[in-house]
Design a protein around this ligand. Sequence first.
Ligand code: SAH
Length: 363
Amino acid sequence: MSDLKDKIKQLISINGAMSVAQYMDMALSDPQFGYYKTANPFGYQGDFTTSPEISQMFGELIGIWAVATWQNMQQPQSFVLCEMGPGRGTLMHDVLRTIKQLKPSMLKCAKIFMVETSQRLAAEQQQRLHSYLGQIEWIESFDTIPQSPLILFANELFDALPIFQYIKKDGYWRERVITLNSDNDLSFAIGADQLAASTLPQNINNLPENTILELSPIRNQLMTNISTRLNAQTGSALLIDYGAADFAFGDTLQTMHKHQFSDVFSNPGQHDITSHVDFAALQKIAKQYGCCAKIQTQGEFLVKMGLVERAGLLGANKDTVTQTKITAAVERLAAPDQMGKLFKVLCVNDQQTDFLPIFETSI
Ligand code: SAH
């Protein structure tokens, strides 16, 4: 059993049941035992592999998106280039290399910010990005970046921000909480709190008993802050994650260890814990705060940005092993039965900034 599990059990025995949000928050960010503070999550040796770790092509195409977006913003001579939740720093590394190749003048105008809450990962990012160190600042909250036109991207950040769960019982939406069962182990229970009618999403009255609903005020707040900033300062945000583009429900809380799903209560702090992102809710917030927002599948986005052509160039004159690896990466990133369909790209722009033509056919 993990030390964090003991800590959580102790907290529950003193304070009573815990929300799913607090459990997720402790499992990921507990200062002593949290997953991002202690574990080595990424890559084939770790628990999961993210798109930028699968292939450099992912970051290169986001780099091209950033250059085209800067041009659509009339090339501001001073702007913020920001990544949130940068993991090992691979994505920013590939983005900066691409910008440097395509548009070196853009790089000179950029103040670069990495928003990262894990000091351990920030140190790894600093190592990877050592050649740009003078130009990059590391901060812990989006709110502290300076007021400036903004180009922001984040891959698999929102899925790591905590959610609350609710379950329909006797016609009411009651909070689903975590408590101790008779074996003194963690288990789900139905809490006393009910979801206030004003926070209920639309069209949920007909959902059957025992349906689970997930809501994330923390994700919504971040989307609000990003949209408000874009609306005031101009710019664009590209948010990539896995989840549904339409209203969805059900239990999507999941833990991963060594690339396998695990029991959500087995090892808090030692397994990655995430949930699906409600893209429809985020899109709605962006629009409420004055922005335009479009959603595409990751597969469609990458292919339209030139994934296949880039793979062809990267593999030209290479040995068969390398070419096979590149082909496998294209499949993994863009095939509908892999990451191409479940993963979505949400692009949020202020009213003045045009979307790239590839977003003409959004979901
Ligand atoms: N984008 C990376 C890593 C995804 S994992 C990739 O695609 O490989 C999630 C990342 O978000 C980690 O770096 C984690 O430390 C960071 N993170 C978690 N909560 C955060 C928050 N509230 N603000 C900023 N970063 C956060």
